[in-house]
Write a protein that binds this ligand. Structure first.
Ligand SMILES: O=C(O)CCC(=O)C(=O)O
Length: 259
C-alpha cells in the first residue's frame, strides 16, 4: 500500500503545470512554528533531517500529498536545506532561479519554502513569478528585470508551505522593517517514472485543459506556454511514446497512405 495518499486531482496537477506552484497556507501549527524561532541562518541540514521536522513538515499529509501527486511513489524526502533569514531592511534580491529553468518539461524536483512566522509586505516576502518555471533563461539576464506584471509577493500566515517547480523565478522582496523573517527551503525529488497516479476517478487520461494566459504573457508567448504545458502534462501522465509531441494538425504518413 502507498502510505502517502496523493492529494491533487487532474485539475490540481493542471494548475501546477501552468503556474509552477502550490500554496498551502497556515498548515503547520503554532507549537512547531515556534521551534524555528532560534534557528541559525544558513545551512540547516540537521534541523530538516530531524525526526520532528520530518514528521511535522516534510511528511505532513498535505505537504507530502502534493509531493506524492507530482513526484510519484517513493519520492525522495529532503534530508537538508537552507534557512533564508533576514532581519535588517534591504532593497531585495534580484530575480533568479535556482534550477535549470527551461531545460525541459519534466517535473523531477519540487523546491519548497516553509514560513514558520507570518510574513507581511514590510518583512520582505519571497516574490515569485507564476508560469516562469519553464522559460529558457539566462540567470544573469533576469537579474536586470524589475517588477513584472503578475508577480506575487508571498505574504502568508505562519506555518505556510509553498511547493514550486524547480526553476521558478523568485527573489526575496524589499524589506522595510527590522523584524526577523525566516524562510526554510528544501527539495523533494522523483525516483519513479511518471504516470497518472494522482487522484482520479476516470481511467482515461484527459487532454490538458489550458489555464488562462498569465498577466505578463503576450499572444505569441502564450501559444508557446500552451505547448510547454501540454508537453509537461503528457510527461507527467507517462505518455512518452515517439510522436506524442506531434503538432495537433499533423497526421502520420501511414494513415494517409492507407486511407
Ligand atoms: O528568502 C527569500 O525569500 C528567497 C531567498 C532565495 O530563494 C535565495 O536566496 O535563493
Amino acid at each position: 500500500m502507498d502510505p502517502i495518499p496523493p492529494t491533487l486531482d487532474d485539475d490540481g496537477v493542471m494548475d501546477f503545470v501552468a503556474t509552477g506552484l502550490v500554496v498551502l497556507e497556515g498548515l503547520i501549527g503554532p507549537s512547531f512554528n515556534r521551534r524555528c524561532d532560534d534557528l541559525a541562518p544558513g545551512n540547516c541540514d540537521a534541523f530538516i533531517a530531524s525526526a520532528d521536522f520530518t514528521r511535522e513538515v516534510l511528511l505532513h499529509p498535505q505537504v507530502a500529498g502534493v509531493a506524492r501527486s507530482l513526484l510519484g511513489a517513493d519520492f525522495l524526502v529532503p534530508r537538508g536545506g537552507h534557512h533564508h533569514f533576514f532581519k535588517e531592511p534591504h532593497l531585495g534580491q534580484t530575480w533568479h532561479s535556482d534550477g535549470l529553468s527551461g531545460s525541459g518539461y519534466d517535473v523531477t524536483e519540487l523546491q519548497c519554502y516553509y514560513y514558520p512566522h507570518a510574513v507581511a509586505i514590510a518583512d520582505g516576502p519571497t516574490m515569485v513569478l507564476p508560469g516562469s518555471h519553464c522559460r529558457a533563461v539566462d540567470r544573469e539576464a533576469i537579474a536586470h528585470y524589475g517588477d513584472i506584471r503578475g508577480q506575487i509577493s508571498l505574504t502568508v500566515p505562519a506555518g505556510t508551505v509553498v511547493l514550486t517547480r524547480y526553476g521558478i523565478w523568485h527573489k526575496a522582496g524589499p524589506k522595510t522593517n527590522d523584524r526577523s523573517r525566516s524562510m526554510i527551503k528544501f527539495s523533494y525529488h522523483r525516483t519513479a517514472s511518471p504516470q497518472r497516479d494522482w487522484r482520479h476517478d476516470d481511467p482515461d487520461i484527459p487532454a490538458y485543459r489550458d489555464r488562462p494566459r498569465l498577466d505578463y504573457v503576450t499572444e505569441v508567448e502564450s501559444y508557446r506556454d500552451r505547448v510547454r504545458r501540454i508537453r509537461t502534462w503528457k510527461w507527467l501522465c507517462g505518455i512518452d511514446e515517439p510522436g506524442h509531441l506531434r503538432w495537433e494538425k499533423s497526421q502520420p504518413v501511414s494513415e494517409l497512405l492507407n486511407a
